[in-house]
Design a protein around this ligand. Structure first.
Ligand code: COA
Length: 304
């Protein structure tokens, strides 16, 4: 029995109160313990982990290279005090320029949101799940099909267009090796048979949806984010810049949702960036709503 066991129960109880779609809390990873005192005298705790990301990894396309992540082990109270303590602690470190402080926390915890904003953190990314089933009419002149290995040459520019756009409106980073990293990842997913779809209009590829499955089961990473089950994950959706706003994304996703459900997905999830003016509206219309918000500050030394 570790000291975090009681804290996990308190955190789970708070999650259940906040949002019925949240999974139960699990034990935090190993790391440095941060504690802070509340005005009532009660003490709260969190675990701080540090991660180094390789500059040629897929993770490097959406993450800083040096990440300090706080795993708060709290319920309704204590985020403000914990963040203040963390900020003091970061003042004694010397983070590089390509670094971040990060916390993933339930989107519906409004009081915690106030604390994150007060410490200079920004909601760079949201993990959203589909809870509405809006099936909007589509123009019907788009052909959607599974991508094959020989499609990589046309899929890659679409994947790059998404990265280029997202790097302006969120946490994605256009690294010098991005094209090769994307090519390798796309090749692996298509070759291993993951559900990757192309949308074509008049025989020209105008959209790409890169998806795969993620099993949330006991001990898996996914159970820290979603309730147990076989989930469809939409890793990336891209419509060619000159074909946006014409129903291609809608048409593509209507096939993706159908196909992922046919392959046994209980539901689908994805990440989007709250400052993205296209995807935020698009995903809400597709029935997605925030579950987790990924709060970040870059560089890590800017945490206040
Ligand atoms: C987000 C994105 C994938 C959406 O795809 P899209 O093809 O542009 O989206 P759709 O055209 O299906 O729907 C978007 C808008 O077009 C409208 N639309 C749909 N069918 C239409 C049609 N036949 N004619 C005109 N407009 C249409 C929709 O009503 C919607 O209108 P709105 O601007 O009022 O919201 C696309 O804009 C994109 O690639 N953006 C850049 C990369 C990105 O943000 N990717 C997602 C990362 S999470």
């Amino acid at each position: 029995m570790s000291f975090t066991d009681g804290l996990v129960d308190a955190k789970s109880a708070w999650f259940a109160e906040l949002d019925p779609q949240l999974p139960a809390a699990v034990r935090p990873p190993d790391g440095d313990v941060i504690t802070a005192a509340l005005p009532t005298g009660e003490r709260v705790a969190g675990i701080l982990t540090t991660t180094s990301v390789a500059p040629d990894s897929t993770t490097s396309l959406w993450s800083a290279l040096q990440v300090w992540e706080l795993h708060p082990m709290i319920g309704a109270n204590g985020m403000t005090e914990l963040l203040a303590q963390w900020s003091t602690m970061m003042g004694r470190r010397a983070p590089g320029a390509d670094s971040a402080c990060l916390v993933t926390w339930p989107s519906r915890d409004a009081a915690a949101t106030r604390a994150f904003l007060a410490h200079g953190m920004v909601p760079l990314s949201t993990l959203a799940i589909r809870t509405g089933g809006a099936l909007l009419p589509s123009p019907g002149n788009v052909r959607v099909r599974r991508a094959r290995p020989k499609d990589i040459a046309v899929a890659l520019p679409l994947a790059m267009a998404e990265l280029e756009y997202s790097a302006q409106v969120g946490g994605s980073v256009l690294r010098p090796g991005a094209r090769e990293i994307k090519r390798t990842a796309l090749t692996r997913h298509i070759t291993q048979g993951d559900p990757v779809f192309l949308a074509e209009r008049d025989g020209i590829a105008v959209g790409l949806a890169e998806c795969w499955f993620s099993d949330s089961a006991a001990g898996s990473w996914s159970e820290t984010r979603m309730r147990h089950g076989h989930w469809g994950y939409v890793n990336s959706l891209s419509v060619a810049p000159d074909a946006r706003g014409e129903g291609v994304g809608r048409e593509l996703m209507s096939v993706v949702h159908r196909e992922l459900a046919a392959d046994g997905a209980v539901n689908t999830f994805l990440y989007y960036n709250p400052p993205n003016p296209l995807s935020t509206v698009f995903w809400a219309r597709q029935g997605y709503r925030p579950l987790w918000t990924i709060w970040e500050i870059r560089p890590a030394g800017a945490l206040r």
